[in-house]
Design a protein. Structure first.
Lengths: 313, 215, 109, 562
């Protein structure tokens, strides 16, 4: 079972932040040891009844000592403030030629749109060594786009745009979390950041158009068969919201909690009255003989893209 | 006779009325500072929204009933003067009746304030100035202005009603026991509370009724 | 701020109503004049600075209410400090909150 | 009545005369209508004990859920309500009232030589406000709790949350005004009711901490009351105060909320500093090092604490300029805290240190508060805060200060003044074991959270990626140990009320006027007004001290105060 001691450093900016973190860690351990060791030495040496020398405080321990450590702490803290402030201003300013990616936070999923039109849900593919600028907003409540590997976190506020920028330089798959509490699905609103070499990224970008076709066809079928009529009602009173459904857990009317995997989607389309979602009436018609196997798969593929295929458990 | 009045006015831990009066005044002053920050939250919110939506706020300000606001301010200033005189004259038993008369005048003016405020609310409801679907002004930020208008004036009215309650207690208990009335610090405390309510209204009047008049 | 030891003074003679009412009445008249001036400036089209002028008038009136009606002039230092503390904390709050709002356009990151 | 569990109440007096415990009357009614500051202190102690254990149970279930990465013990919605109720109950119904309303109420008048607080009726009214607020929290709890977190961030709390937010808002609103009334009571008492000779720089530091805390208590909670009223107005009357659809700015709510909530964390820690500044000199038998600097540090924290709230909003969309301003002010407010830690350690120099339970808790306080304070420096520097905020790093930071700091000091105060409050001595050996167990249980629970927080584990997550499971398992195990360490004092202190050794008037030979009354003290504290003519903490003669101090010498030293 692997466990993370330190978050991976996937950008120079992350490295800069780690420098400050380690410097502060060292200074803090020093001060903490100083206080603890002094305390323990005094506690042992001057315990009641010990033969150590007592009497008046020596001459030099008086007001000057107090002033020295006050001013000393003050200057140390001003130095740390300067050190951190400079790094913040230098690192978090987006370079002008940055590639802009739009992120929209919605209750319990991230919808990401690349400049070339490729759309992703809960996944962010970025090329290496290319400055990226995220322009983000939210559709409902405050979320927070958090990439621990890049040491980036930026709240996503409804009604305005917030931006952050990074330049990933190490390929790999890293965590993406929502860091601001946003309701029931807050902990499942994560996803993956995939940093790839430029070549792989291009390959992925082309592939996106293919996936778009599958999803495009699935979308067309979804509307033609009338599914969107009920399932995309604004307040979802008659039919549950299908976005973010796949790979999550579903509470059924009889109290069972079922995992929404391929089988569940398939059964619900073919025999809707078998597992009715809690809070809804079993009014969905069966599509048993209306859909061919291929069409059923297209719709299920489309439903997967609605919640980012293979979202976090 | 006066010692018994003094004893009645004396509260439990105190053995000297003058120090009890000092403590009571210090207490009400700290409470005023605290309540000022309670309304301060509203003032900051109002200032931020005015900065974010100047045009919307100005236009919404134009729709508020200045006649009502003005008469309310005058009424409250008069009542504040009356309660100040009541507090100044309360210490002398000979002026007890005059002081209680001033307290009654203050209460009447306070009730007048509430009735004018009620009329204004009725007028606003008729004009559908309640933030929501059918809001007449479509400038962005106008609904925010009126959201703050309703919240702040309602809270101020609540504070004023509490003030009326305190004044009523003073007038009734004072009438029954004039000696207690001349000794107790409660008169000054109530006067200071009423002064605070007037201070809040003076600021609210400017924030609500004056923007947007110049158009 | 130690309180002066309260002397058991002989009760002062009852002042005339006129002397009691004089100061509040003068203050009332000044306040009404300030109110009228405030409303008059509201109707002059001064553009953006309008609201600051009105607030200035309001603060002057508040100062007057405080000193005359609430007898701040006779109060001891602690109560005056306390009255000032309320407005001082409000100023800190406004200052730093507007430090954020005003600089959102200058230094967004 | 929230604290109906009066069986735990330490007030079933023994047979003989028991000061304020028996003088005021034995009936429940006499307790519910008392204006004696000592009895009101005990009423508060019962109320916050009840809430402390309710909050503890809520987080215990949440911690059990976190043992496994998947969301399998409780549903996500229940998990949200558990941590929200834990936050709300612990902040407003345990930590904020913990030391000021219990020990502040009990000791303040006695420490300055007064018979009672300036406004005794207002004091009782404050307790009733807190109790009514407590009832509303029960209403919220029984109706299923609120799921907005203790921060009630808009627009989730105002437009999207379907949990019962309103009872929680009313509960905090009412108990907030209870705290404000206590603050006003304390400030007026300290200004007007000090005994002759008790000048400002002869006040014990506990009284100074009550003064500094009362400044923050009078000026900060009203802004929270306004923020919560705005949310209630938006939920109930639909007034779009922060609704982004109508142009409202959610950040405006965050400014209003954090303007209260940062001074609130100083409201929680300042009394703890006051308690430790009383306990350490007493058990080290030495004058407090740098008394005047400690006083300036207390007041400086309370005042500068009002200008730092923006460091909670570094990533919330605040402008870079504001980030820098608030980061700088956060470093400035850290300086007085550092000075206080240095002064506590320096007080031990050339002392006669003994290690009773209060001293062990105070050592725990100094250690844990230093770690909490240092991690505060991490969070004040912006790039680190961008990574660490809203993760378990922040949770570990504020628990080190609030639980490691304030709760340790609360238990130090509980043991230090227990003989004075109940007239009984607590069992020393068991108490020392509980203190050490709490220190290790605490570190065992919260240190792993620092590591997983920096590694990116977000807060308020019911399910999480598997690489953080080891830390959650460690933390839950630690929470078990900490839970036991908190339950032990409940038992042995209750036991000591009935069977503990009868306490002398001054068991620790401490200086301070409260120790010059019999324990438990009579209803009116002092028969005649005490006169103060010495420095506080006069534990040894200023001029010199004998080479080896024998027991008798100490008493002779103590002879200074009449």
């Amino acid at each position: 079972m692997n466990f993370a001691i330190f978050p991976p450093e996937a950008s120079r900016q992350a490295h800069e932040v780690d420098l400050i973190f380690l410097a502060l860690l060292a200074a803090s351990v020093l001060i903490l040891l100083g206080v603890l060791v002094t305390g323990i030495v005094f506690a042992v040496r001057y315990r009641r009844g010990s033969p150590a020398k007592r009497g008046q405080l020596p001459e030099w321990i008086n007001r000057e000592v107090e002033i020295t450590w006050t001013v000393g702490t003050l200057f140390a803290f001003i130095f740390i403030f300067w050190f951190a402030g400079v790094t913040f201003l230098a690192e978090y300013k987006a370079p002008p030629n940055a590639e802009e990616i739009h992120v929209v936070g919605k209750q319990w999923m991230w919808k990401i749109e690349h400049p070339d039109g490729a759309r992703e849900i809960n996944e962010l593919h970025v090329p290496m060594n290319v400055p990226i600028r995220l322009v983000m907003t939210s559709q409902d409540v405050i979320h927070s786009f958090f990439l621990p590997a890049l040491r980036i976190k930026q709240d996503v506020v409804p009604g305005r745009y917030t931006t952050t920028s990074f330049n990933a330089d190490r390929p790999g798959t890293y965590n993406l979390f929502c860091a601001e509490f946003c309701g029931r699905g807050h902990s499942t609103m994560g996803g993956r950041l995939i940093v790839e070499t430029k070549a792989n990224y291009q390959k992925w970008a082309q592939a996106q158009h293919h996936v778009m076709d599958v999803a495009g066809q699935g979308r067309a079928l979804f509307t033609r068969m009338g599914c969107s009529g009920c399932h995309e009602q604004k307040d979802h009173t008659i039919a549950p919201d299908l976005a973010g459904l796949y790979a999550g857990y579903v509470q059924l009317t009889d109290g069972r909690v079922v995992r929404a995997d391929d089988a569940y989607l398939r059964d619900s389309i073919l025999q809707p009255t078998k597992d009715v979602v809690a809070g809804y009436k079993p009014i969905m018609p069966s599509f048993k003989n209306a859909l061919s196997e291929g069409q059923l798969q297209l719709i299920i593929d489309y439903l997967k893209t609605l919640s980012g295929d293979g979202g976090t458990p | 006779m006066t010692t018994s009045a003094e004893d009645r006015a004396l509260r439990e831990p105190w053995d000297d009325l003058e120090r009890q009066r000092q403590a009571a005044l210090t207490g009400i002053w700290f409470f005023s500072a605290s309540e000022l920050l309670f309304f301060g939250g509203l003032f900051v919110a109002y200032a931020v929204n005015f900065y974010l939506w100047p045009h919307g706020s100005m236009e919404a300000g134009g729709h508020t009933g200045l006649a009502y606001g003005l008469s309310n301010t005058v009424v409250l200033l008069l009542s504040s003067a009356a309660v100040a005189v009541a507090a100044a004259s309360a210490r002398w038993p000979a002026l007890g009746r005059f002081s209680r008369a001033c307290v009654w005048v203050t209460m009447i003016l306070g009730v007048a304030f509430l009735t004018i405020k009620g009329l204004e609310y009725r007028h606003d409801i008729e004009e559908r100035l309640i933030p929501g679907p059918g809001f007449p002004i479509e400038a962005r930020g106008a609904q925010l202005f009126f959201a703050f208008y309703w919240t702040s004036t309602a809270l101020h009215a609540v504070h004023l009603t509490v003030g009326l309650g305190l004044l009523l207690r003073l007038a009734i208990v004072g009438a029954r026991d004039p000696q207690w009335y001349s000794k107790t610090p409660a008169v000054n405390v109530t006067a200071l509370y009423w002064g605070f309510v007037d201070v809040v209204w003076t600021i609210l009047f400017v924030l609500i009724y004056l923007p947007g008049r110049a158009t | 701020m130690r309180f002066p030891r309260p002397r058991k003074a002989k009760a002062p003679p009852t002042p005339s109503i006129g002397s009691l009412v004089r100061a509040p009445l003068i203050a009332l008249v000044v306040l009404l004049i300030l109110l009228a001036a405030n409303i008059a400036t509201a109707y002059l089209n001064l553009g953006g600075g309008q609201i600051y002028l009105n607030i200035a008038f309001a603060l002057v009136s508040v100062g007057l209410i405080g000193t005359v009606f609430m007898e701040l002039r006779k109060e001891n230092a602690l109560n005056r400090l306390c009255a000032a503390a309320g407005f001082a904390w409000l100023a800190i709050f406004l200052l730093l909150t507007f430090g954020d709002y005003l600089s959102r356009t200058i230094m967004p990151f | 009545m929230t604290d109906a569990t009066l069986d735990h109440a330490p007030d079933k007096p023994g047979d003989d005369h028991l000061g304020y415990l028996s003088e005021g009357g034995h009936t429940l009614w006499s307790w519910l209508t008392t204006t004696d500051h000592k009895r009101i202190g005990i009423l508060y102690a019962l109320t916050i004990t009840v809430f402390f254990f309710i909050g503890g149970v809520a987080i215990a279930i949440a911690r059990l859920e976190l043992v496994t990465p998947a969301q399998d013990l409780v549903s996500a919605d229940t998990y949200d309500r558990l941590f929200s109720m834990h936050g709300i109950i612990m902040v407003w119904f345990f930590l904020v009232p913990s030391i000021p309303t219990t020990f502040g109420n009990f000791l303040l008048p006695m420490m300055i030589g007064a018979r009672d607080l300036a406004f005794p009726k207002l004091n009782l009214f404050s307790w009733y406000l807190t109790a009514i607020g407590g009832i509303f929290v029960f209403v919220a709890l029984l109706a299923g709790g609120t799921d907005t977190g203790w921060t009630f961030y808009v627009p989730y709390a105002s437009n999207y949350s379907d949990s019962n937010v309103l009872p929680a808002l009313i509960a905090i609103f009412i108990s907030g005004f209870g705290t404000i009334a206590t603050g006003i009571n304390f400030i007026t008492t300290i200004h007007t009711m000090r005994a002759p000779g008790m000048y400002w720089f002869r006040l014990p530091l506990f009284v100074w901490s009550m003064y500094a805390v009362s400044l923050a208590i009078v000026l900060a909670p009203p802004v929270l009351a306004m923020a919560l009223t705005a949310i209630a107005a938006e939920r109930v009357f639909g007034l779009p105060l922060f609704n982004p659809a109508d142009g409202g700015d959610p950040l405006l709510y965050q400014h209003l909320f954090w303007f209260y909530s940062h001074p609130a964390v100083y409201i929680m820690i300042l009394p703890a500093m006051g308690v430790v500044s009383e306990v350490i000199p007493c058990f080290a038998r030495r004058r407090l090092f740098g008394y005047s600097f400690m006083v300036y540090a207390l007041v400086a924290i309370a005042v500068i604490g009002f200008s730092v709230w923006g460091h909670h909003m570094f990533v919330s969309g605040q402008s870079a300029y504001a980030n820098l301003v608030f980061s700088f002010m956060s470093f400035m407010v850290a300086v007085p805290s550092a000075i206080k830690v240095f002064n506590w350690t320096a007080t031990l120099y050339r002392g006669q240190i003994s290690f009773e339970a209060p001293m062990l808790y105070s050592f725990g306080f100094v250690g844990l508060f230093t770690m909490g304070g240092l991690t505060g420096l991490f969070l004040a520097s912006i790039p680190i805060d961008i990574q660490a905020t809203d993760t378990y790093f922040v949770i570990a930071h504020f628990h080190y200060i609030m639980v490691g700091g304030t709760v340790s000091a609360f238990f130090a105060a509980l043991h230090f003044w227990w003989p004075k409050v109940t007239g009984r001595m607590y069992p020393e050996a068991v108490a020392r074991f509980a203190a050490i167990l709490m220190f290790f249980g605490f570190n065992f629970t919260f240190f792993p959270q620092f590591i997983m927080g920096w590694a990116g584990m977000p807060r308020r997550y019911g399910s999480y990626p598997p690489e953080f499971q080891i830390y959650h398992v460690l933390s839950t195990a630690g929470a078990g140990v900490l839970g036991i360490a908190y339950l032990m004092p409940l038992f042995y202190l209750t036991w000591s009320i009935f069977y503990g050794r009868r306490a002398p008037a001054n068991p620790w030979e401490a200086t301070g006027l409260e120790w010059q009354t019999p324990s438990p003290p009579p209803k009116h504290n002092f028969e005649r007004m005490p006169v103060v003519d010495t420095e506080p903490y006069a534990y040894h003669r200023r001029s010199e001290a004998p080479e080896v101090e024998t027991q008798t010498d100490q008493n002779e030293q103590m002879g200074g105060t009449p």
